[in-house]
Design a protein around this ligand. Structure first.
Ligand code: NAI
Length: 246
């Protein structure tokens, strides 16, 4: 799999799973743009990636803000001339039981996790349809399929991504654009570090492979779906969860 010279945008690529995805794409010769709300960390990640011998750029972006998305995608296009791969990875959690969930926590999670996929895909698709080539990979979650107490907003946002992914796949298949989602299980990152140890131990018991996933486990799946070799796969959900949901 070599797709040297292609341009990828990875949202939320400054750390965690997004960083691992950007690094894995870079090892295949792809030039990754790190679009993240945390510009400083995005800059460090991008600088590290350039040491792998590809071109990279860090941009400050709040994926939930339409005007920002439009402006930043335009800037990226001016700088790189094309957009081959979009990885909609940025995501947040604001957990609580439904009875206690604040409306602003519902809205924030839906905006950052789901509305963002619409906003970023809309801009990327404008470019990809002209190129007659594109790969969109959305990061969903196992909780979209299983539900999870305390994560009504999060699981709804991730289930929304599944329907949106299939719709993008159907609308733009004829233009050479594929859209797929990767649904990770429990992956060791800053997002999951904050869970109490007893909860983590309980969760591990439900994973047939007996371990939590690493960001690289997700990145490997994304790289495959982003590659030219995955050209006959669209509208699919790839589960990366150690078997905890099958
Ligand atoms: P993380 O919290 O380590 O990293 C998320 C990144 O997104 C950060 O760099 C953050 O600055 C950025 N971000 C947050 N809000 C943003 C916004 N409004 N605009 C732009 N960037 C923003 O999280 P992690 O674990 O790496 O998660 C990445 C994706 O994988 C998320 O969509 C998450 O829901 C999903 N996921 C993670 C799982 C896990 O177990 N860690 C499991 C299933 C899905």
């Amino acid at each position: 799999m070599d797709f040297k010279g292609q341009v990828a945008i990875v949202t939320g690529g400054a750390r965690g799973i997004g960083k691992s995805i950007a690094e894995a794409l870079a090892t295949k010769g792809v030039n990754p743009v790190i679009a993240d709300i945390g510009l400083e960390q995005a800059g460090e990640t991008s600088a590290g990636i350039e040491r792998l011998g590809v071109k990279s750029m860090a941009v400050s972006l709040d994926v939930s803000k339409a005007e920002e998305v439009i402006r930043v995608f335009d800037d990226i296009l001016k700088e790189f001339g094309r957009i081959d791969i979009l990885v909609n990875n940025a995501g947040i959690t604001r957990d609580s039981l439904i009875m206690r969930m604040k409306e602003e926590d519902w809205d924030a999670v839906i905006s950052v996790n789901l509305k963002s996929v619409f906003l970023c895909s809309r801009e990327a698709i404008k470019v990809m349809t002209k190129q007659r080539y594109g790969r969109i990979i959305n990061i969903a979650s196992v909780v979209a399929f299983m539900g999870n107490p305390g994560q009504a907003n999060y699981s709804a946002s991730k289930a929304g991504i599944v329907g949106l992914t299939k719709t993008i796949a159907k609308e733009y298949a004829s233009r050479g654009i594929t859209a797929n989602a990767v649904a990770p299980g429990f992956i060791t990152t800053a997002m999951t570090d904050k869970l109490p140890d007893n909860v983590k131990e309980e969760m591990k018991k439900a994973i047939p492979l007996g371990r939590f996933g690493m960001p690289e486990d997700v990145a490997n799946a994304v790289v495959f779906l982003a590659s030219p070799q995955a050209s006959y796969i669209t509208g699919q959900i790839m589960h990366v969860n150690g078997g905890m949901y099958m």
